[in-house]
Each structure stands twice: as structure tokens, then as C-alpha cells.
Design a protein around this ligand. Structure first.
Ligand SMILES: Nc1ncnc2c1ncn2[C@@H]1O[C@H](COP(=O)(O)OP(=O)(O)O)[C@@H](O)[C@H]1O
Ligand SMILES: [Mg+2]
Length: 469
């Protein structure tokens, strides 16, 4: 398809389409206009012949000798028409000088068919129209023949066609050139965009495309493209941050394992020492496994490969199950863990995934709250939502950190026992709840405690048909 290579650009395709459309439209238009003009010219020549016939029938003069002559315009004899009058025997009784000068042989035959019709006969290559009709002059039946050449009509038509033949290609060429120029001008910002976009690489994601008019189509496209770059830059930034956080987290247990190993190899030790060393190395291996597991869960949830079931879950029941599992941890710190079910909070979610999310939240409440404090879980419904709240009496979270605590690896300060966590618990909880169509928010007043609220779309019970009656 080498021949069509010039059509590769949008500009060329627009121009060619425009040109073809112009050609088709002007050709159709010119054909219709030409047909109308030819028909009108022919009709008006026929009308003139009929007028001439009526004129000829009234302009007869009878000479004293009984012969007929016709009024002739002597000053402008060229105005006199071609006129031939015959008597009922077919003999010519009068002829204008024009008819004498240019005899039309077919006219003799037409005398016998004088029914008022117009015949077209060839005359020196230029068609000649002859109207032959019966008339009555001074009581005598005669045949009047009036003729006119198509010469002037053809001359006018030729002029018109000349204008068409020169004018149409000229106007098509001019409009095509204007179309090409317009296409070029309108598409030039796209070319600029292409060059800029080609220059943007992963290291230069902060660059943005320029635009002239933010409201036109190109401006809106550039805006959308720049917004895409914003999102790309943000997710590249997050990915970089995540990779560096993960490497950092993996380093700590690895460093611990190496130093424990190095210390173990220094000098001779007895079996109990080696058991202690291997034990603490295994502890670090467990930490690593736990970290890797959590990361895997998070990335599965990120790419949407978490297979979610759609089960009917009652949040109160779920809370009871979690409390019976985590009560041991709370008891260790002498804390009370209670559930208050305000009303039946039904929702459609994956029970196991939702449970994992809630365990992370309740586990935090236990970890970050002081001994002998209360942790209250409340389940209720508001409007179209079923909710679960975990309220503790811990240190609370400052307002500026209430969003950040959901970021991966973000943690601050040690828990009540002085341990520093990994910072993935809330990120996992949020991601799991959102995967189930819900929302996790934190409300907290520093120094007074925190409240984590899970909101899920409420599942309404099927209407009781008995009750409807
Ligand atoms: N109930 C809570 N009270 C006070 N601070 C909390 C509470 N829950 C979470 N946080 C803060 O949010 C941070 C992130 O929590 P999380 O993602 O679970 O990580 P981790 O528990 O592993 O440190 C914690 O480091 C802690 O500072
Ligand atoms: Mg946690």
C-alpha cells in the first residue's frame, strides 16, 4: 500500500476527505444547475417562437391587389423573424427577407403537418426551430411558419459552461488549499504534544504539556493527559517509596540474623548457647515470613486478585467472634473488651477478609491502650450503612496524622509495651474494607482515645409478605 502512504497523516486524510466531498457536492450541484439552465433556455426559445407566431398572425396587411404582405421593421431588418406563409395549396404567398436569404428545405414538408408544433431541423450545423401552425387571415386559411436559430441560445449556454469549467476546479482547488492550511494549523498543537510526550521519561514525570486554550478540544486533551501524568507521577512516587520501605524493613531482621550468627561463630559454645542462637534467628525468620505474608496480601488486594465472596455478614456477630479470639490479649493487660449491638447491622461482604481487617483494628486498640482501660465495640445502622466502631481510651492520634496512619509502613511511637510495629496493619485493614465496598475512618482526640469506624453498604432484609397485607 505504498501508493497510499501519503494518507498516513491525519492532516492528509482530512484534506483528501474534504476535497472528495467538495468534488462530489460541486459536481452534483453543477449537473442540476446545468440541466435546469438548458431546460429554461430551450423553453424560452420555444416561448419566443409562439409569441412570434401570434405576432405574425396579426401583422398581415392586404395590398390593393389582394396580396398579403407583413409589416416589416425596415430600420432594423435583423429584428424581423424568419417567416414563411403558405396558402392552403402549399404555395408560398409571403416570405421575409431572412427566409429568402436562408431557406430551410424541411419547411416545405412541415407545411403539410402544420399542427402548431415546433420542429428542430439542422441548418448549416446549427439546429433551427420551426413552428408551423394554421391561421386565418381575412377569411383565408393560411399556414404560418416562424423559425429561429438555436445559435444565440447555444452561445449563451457555452458562456455559462465556460464559467463552470473554469470556476469550479478553481474554487475546489482554493477550498482544498484552505482546508489543508486549516487542518495543518489545527493539528500543529498535537505535533507539539507528541514531541513533548516523547521527551517525558520515568525520571522526568514532573514535566507537563503546554496548551494554548484550555477550553478547546486540544486543550481538554492536554489537560486530561497532564492529569494522567499527575496520577502516574504519584503512583511512581508511591512505588519508589514502597520499595525503599520494604528494603528497609527487610534489612532489620537480616542484620539481626547476621550479627547473631557472627556472635555464635565466635569461640566455642555449648549446645544450650547454640539453641538460644538458633532460637533468636528463627524469631527473626518468623518476623520476615510475617512481613512477606503481609506484603503479599496487600499486593494481591492492590491488583484486585483477592477473590472475594459475597456473604451476608452481621457485624455484631463478627465483633463477638473477634472479641472471643482477642480477649486473651486484652486480659493480659487487664483491659475490658465489650460489644454493644445497637441494631442488626447486616451487610454483604467476604466474612474472612472483613474479619482480618477488624482484627487489625482491635489489635491496635489493645496494643496502644493502657492497662485496665476499656475498649468498646458498637455495631449499628445509619441510613444506607451498617457500621462498626472500635473506641479505645488510648493516647489518641493527632489530627495531622489521622490520614497518614493508613499509609504503608507508617507508624509512630511505640505501643503501650514499648514495641514498634511494622506499620502495615491499618493499610491492610483499609484496603480490605475498601475491597468490600466499605470505608474506614479514624476520629480521635489526642490524649482522650481513638475511634475507628467501618462503614459498609447496608443489606436490607427481604420485606415480609405477611406484613404487606
Ligand atoms: N488505637 C490506636 N491508638 C493510637 N494509635 C494508633 C492506634 N491504632 C494505630 N495507631 C497508630 O497508627 C500507626 C499505624 O498502625 P498500623 O498500621 O496498625 O501499624 P503497626 O500497628 O504495625 O504499628 C501505629 O504506629 C500507631 O502509632
Ligand atoms: Mg497494627
Amino acid at each position: 500500500m505504498r501508493r497510499w502512504r501519503f494518507l498516513r497523516t491525519l492532516r492528509a486524510r482530512l484534506t483528501v476527505t474534504h476535497l472528495i466531498a467538495m468534488l462530489v457536492v460541486t459536481a452534483v450541484y453543477a449537473t442540476i444547475v446545468s440541466a435546469l439552465i438548458v431546460r429554461n433556455a430551450s423553453q424560452s426559445l420555444d416561448d419566443r417562437l409562439r409569441n412570434d407566431f401570434r405576432w405574425a398572425a396579426t401583422m398581415a396587411q392586404q395590398n390593393p391587389d389582394g396580396r398579403f404582405t407583413w409589416f416589416e421593421d425596415d430600420e432594423r431588418p435583423e429584428n424581423n423573424p424568419w417567416l414563411n406563409v403558405s396558402n392552403s395549396d402549399g404555395e408560398t404567398i409571403y416570405r421575409t427577407p431572412v427566409a429568402i436569404r436562408s431557406p430551410v428545405p424541411e419547411s416545405e414538408w412541415l407545411v403539410n403537418n402544420a399542427d402548431g408544433s415546433i420542429a428542430i431541423v439542422p441548418n448549416d450545423g446549427i439546429p433551427f426551430r420551426v413552428l408551423s401552425g394554421q391561421a386565418n387571415i381575412a377569411g383565408q386559411p393560411v399556414v404560418i411558419q416562424i423559425g429561429r436559430s438555436e445559435f444565440f441560445m447555444r452561445e449563451e449556454l457555452a458562456e455559462f459552461f465556460l464559467v463552470l469549467v473554469i470556476g469550479l476546479p478553481l474554487s475546489v482547488t482554493v477550498t482544498s488549499l484552505v482546508g489543508y492550511w486549516l487542518a495543518r494549523r489545527s493539528l500543529s498543537p498535537l505535533e507539539r504534544m507528541t514531541k513533548y510526550a516523547q521527551a517525558i521519561t520515568a525520571d522526568r514525570l514532573d514535566e507537563r504539556l503546554p496548551f494554548d486554550n484550555p477550553r478547546d478540544e486540544i486543550g481538554r486533551l492536554v489537560n486530561a493527559f497532564n492529569a494522567l501524568l499527575d496520577r502516574l507521577e504519584e503512583s511512581f512516587q508511591q512505588a519508589r517509596q514502597f520499595t525503599s520501605d520494604v528494603s528497609h524493613e527487610l534489612r532489620t531482621p537480616l542484620t539481626v540474623m547476621r550479627s547473631v550468627g557472627e556472635v555464635g561463630l565466635r569461640g566455642d559454645r555449648d549446645a544450650t548457647d547454640y539453641r538460644t542462637i538458633v532460637g533468636s534467628m528463627l524469631e527473626e525468620v518468623n518476623r520476615l515470613t510475617d512481613l512477606v505474608d503481609r506484603l503479599l496480601t496487600l499486593s494481591r488486594s492492590d491488583i484486585g486478585s483477592l477473590k472475594l465472596k459475597a456473604e451476608t455478614v452481621e457485624l455484631g456477630e463478627l465483633a463477638d467472634g473477634i472479641v472471643s479470639d482477642l480477649d486473651v490479649l486484652a486480659e493480659e493487660k487487664n483491659q475490658t473488651l465489650s460489644v454493644e449491638r445497637v441494631d442488626s447491622a447486616l451487610c454483604v461482604a467476604d466474612g474472612v477478609v472483613l474479619r482480618q481487617a477488624l482484627i487489625n483494628i482491635v489489635d491496635n486498640a489493645i496494643k496502644y491502650s493502657p492497662s485496665a482501660s476499656q475498649i468498646r465495640i458498637r455495631t449499628f445502622t445509619v441510613g444506607a450503612h451498617s457500621s462498626l466502631e472500635v473506641r479505645d481510651m488510648g493516647p489518641g492520634i493527632p489530627p495531622d496524622l489521622q490520614q497518614r496512619i493508613f499509609d504503608r509502613f507508617y507508624r509512630y511511637g511505640p505501643d503501650a509495651s514499648g514495641n514498634i510495629g511494622v506499620g502495615l496493619g491499618l493499610a491492610i485493614a483499609k484496603s480490605f474494607i475498601e475491597a468490600n465496598g466499605g470505608e474506614l475512618v479514624c476520629e480521635s482526640v489526642a490524649g482522650e482515645g481513638s475511634c475507628f469506624r467501618v462503614q459498609l453498604p447496608r443489606k436490607s432484609l427481604p420485606a415480609n409478605p405477611e406484613g404487606c397485607r
